[in-house]
Design a protein around this ligand. Sequence first.
Ligand code: CA
Length: 234
Amino acid sequence: MRVLLVEDERRLAENIARSFRESAGYAVDVAVDGAQGFYLAESSAYDLILLDLNLPKLDGHTLLVRYRQGGHATPVLVLTAHEEKQSVIRLLNAGADDYVAKPFDLGELLARAKALIRRGTGQRAPVISLADLEMDTVERIVRRGHQEIALAPMEYRVLEYLAHRPRAVVSKTELLEHLYDYNWEKFSNVIEVYISGLRRKIDDSNAVKLIHTVRGHGYVLRPGASVEEARAAR
Ligand code: CA
């Protein structure tokens, strides 16, 4: 998952970004003013936007209105200062999905963020199940047939993104866009490495395969053979 944080208080921004990277394994881009925030929100793919209101160059409310007018559906969680409480109704009416009032607990912010990301992909339950695969997105534990599986951090992130969109074909480009912040060099072959690691750990010793390649299109997480594999086996 990749999160955009628009916050001009640098220490707070650093604390939030660190917490999201370390506790959730999310990629985080930080914008320190509203203009940069709007540019990144428009030009990059995010799973969630954390938006401060009182920002230099472009205020958070205007940013939100313009972003929603552009037809973007990414969930937006607003970080309000105490004195901005009255503007909460205005924000929700402008298309914000949730808010937290400063000062907030980082654990609560992260829990709200995860809930919004789940809602954004139609996954209501914090534990995502697919056949006998269980992915606990709160504890960050993966099990197959009740057996806990140790994944490398990037393997977990790839699986988490796929598990939020079961049965949908996800391209390599989409994975790269949602798993790395803008400072990373993106090489599409790294995704193949993580997918093969996931296959080895999740599918190799199981008759029912969950991770499938749709040649030329990407990957899909679902029980049973992909259309292509079923065709090839005929
Ligand atoms: Ca501010």
